[in-house]
Write a new protein. Structure first.
Length: 174
């Protein structure tokens, strides 16, 4: 089945009734992406990047935004808030070798725990599977229960390898 990841869009309803659009990241999302990062707390950024991040360089921002939707696929979660669309999270995968990609997610603090991470995971894995990715991997901090739960509840066969300070996660998509 062909899939045009760059035009991907799906609307989901969360447990609390909130509607969220899961769609491909677009080059014109730059301002909204930066705003979302600005509303993401230091601990969340640490859990995502494994270092204390206060600001991102222009090169890093370019990397986040320049998505080819083949080797690097990025989805965002958008909600309607006070009459405007707000970017509240994102998930991406990067192919690290044929058939294998590394995933990472970040949800704006205020929107965590509502099921958005799980929905992003579902759609990202669907694109990956259709694209012939057989394994998704991730590195997760051992105390990052929400991320580990998203992987556990994804419905895919999960294996974990614990090392001091990091859990290596692997999901088999086939
Ligand atoms: C990890 C993260 C992406 C998960 O996304 P999310 O939208 O908050 O997660 P969801 O709401 O989809 O929750 C998934 C599961 O985790 C559980 N969960 C969420 N927050 C939790 C918490 N603080 N403690 C325990 N369980 C929690 C939820 O209950 C849910 O399980 P359920 O469906 O059985 O209720 C998000 O919390 C985040 O951005 N964290 C900071 C950045 C980060 O850690 N990135 C990961 C880098 S690999």
């Amino acid at each position: 089945m062909a899939i045009e990841a760059a035009k991907y869009s799906a609307v989901e309803e969360l447990r609390n009734g909130r509607r969220v659009e899961i769609r491909a990241l677009r080059p014109d999302d730059r301002a909204d992406l930066l705003e979302a990062i600005g509303r993401t707390g230091a601990e969340s950024l640490f859990r995502r990047f494994f270092v204390l991040k206060r600001a991102f360089t222009e090169k890093e921002i370019e990397f986040f935004l320049n998505i080819d939707f083949i080797a690097h696929v990025a989805l965002v979660a958008v909600v309607e808030q006070e009459g405007r669309s707000m970017l509240v999270g994102g998930g991406r995968y990067m192919v690290v070798q044929p058939g294998k990609a590394e995933v990472a997610f970040a949800i704006v603090d205020q929107y965590q725990g509502q099921g958005i991470g799980a929905r992003l995971m579902h759609h990202l894995a669907e694109i990956a599977r259709i694209r012939g990715i057989r394994e998704l991997i991730a590195e997760v901090l051992p105390d990052n229960i929400p991320m580990l739960k998203v992987f556990e509840q994804s419905g895919f066969d999960l294996s974990t390898k614990r090392e001091p300070g990091v859990v290596h996660v692997a999901l088999q998509l086939t």
